[in-house]
Design a protein around this ligand. Structure first.
Ligand SMILES: *Cc1c(COP(=O)(O)O)cnc(C)c1O
Length: 224
């Protein structure tokens, strides 16, 4: 999978250019709407972390691929009637943005499973149509996750509005990093900043992202 090699090289170069260790940033392969043969090719090339947006589609892929070495991240908007599947089948949920969801995921995580890794999604540009909490709600949400024994607060996630100017991209990601670090002072398990996509991953990595989320640039355009 030539695209995977190229993408990893781009990530490594961005990390080095920012004076960060080569392995500071992990790649989340966003496999939503991608056919199984492309996902299998990525697995064969060594990719283990996959991001999915649609619960039913994700469960089907988990069942077919049935590989315990894979790590599944939910990155879509959360409907409260689907939290059971998220709690039972995913390793990470990156789009947690309200207390109700935190309570449900905690209650529905099966006993015997490792705690579910949670990122709080921040709506940095306060876009009304977008999921994510506002920055001033982070405090209360972090406290709620911390009180939930079956969840583990790992960090923040954001999907900023697209900007073409790299300096503007960096500014937004720097705000996200500052929000993350302020909480991480108090919540020791916070080690993950999920930020950066194909159009802005260099800016995200310069600001401290530890996980970039890439779909099309890795797998090709989504069919249909
Ligand atoms: C779809 C999606 C991506 C990847 O988008 P591409 O344009 O395919 O790279 C990243 N993050 C989230 C939250 C997404 O929903």
């Amino acid at each position: 999978m030539e695209q995977l090699v190229r993408l990893k090289d781009r990530i490594t170069r961005a990390a080095k250019a920012s004076g960060r260790p080569e392995d500071a940033v992990t790649l989340l392969a966003v496999s939503k709407k991608q056919p199984l043969d492309r996902i299998k090719a990525a697995i064969a090339a060594g990719q283990r972390r996959f991001g999915e947006n649609y619960v039913d589609e994700a469960l089907m892929k988990m069942d077919v691929l049935s590989d315990p070495a894979l790590e599944w991240h939910f990155i879509g908007p959360i409907q409260s009637n689907k939290t059971r599947h998220l709690a039972e089948r995913f390793d990470w949920v990156q789009t947690v943005d309200r207390v109700k969801i935190i309570r449900r995921l905690n209650a529905q995580r099966p006993t015997g499973s490792a705690p579910l890794n949670v990122l709080l999604q921040v709506n940095l540009d306060a876009e009304p149509q977008k999921a994510g909490c506002l920055p001033d709600q982070l405090e209360a949400l972090a406290a709620a996750v911390e009180e939930a024994p079956n969840l583990r607060l790992r960090g923040l996630m954001a999907i900023p509005a697209p900007r073409s100017d790299p300096d503007e991209q960096k500014k937004v990601f720097a705000e996200l990093k500052a929000l993350h670090d302020r909480l991480a002072d108090r919540y020791a398990g916070m080690d993950t900043l999920s930020a950066g996509m194909s159009g802005d991953l260099e800016a995200a990595i310069a600001a401290g992202s530890t996980m970039v989320r890439i779909g099309t640039d890795l797998f090709g355009a989504r069919p249909d």
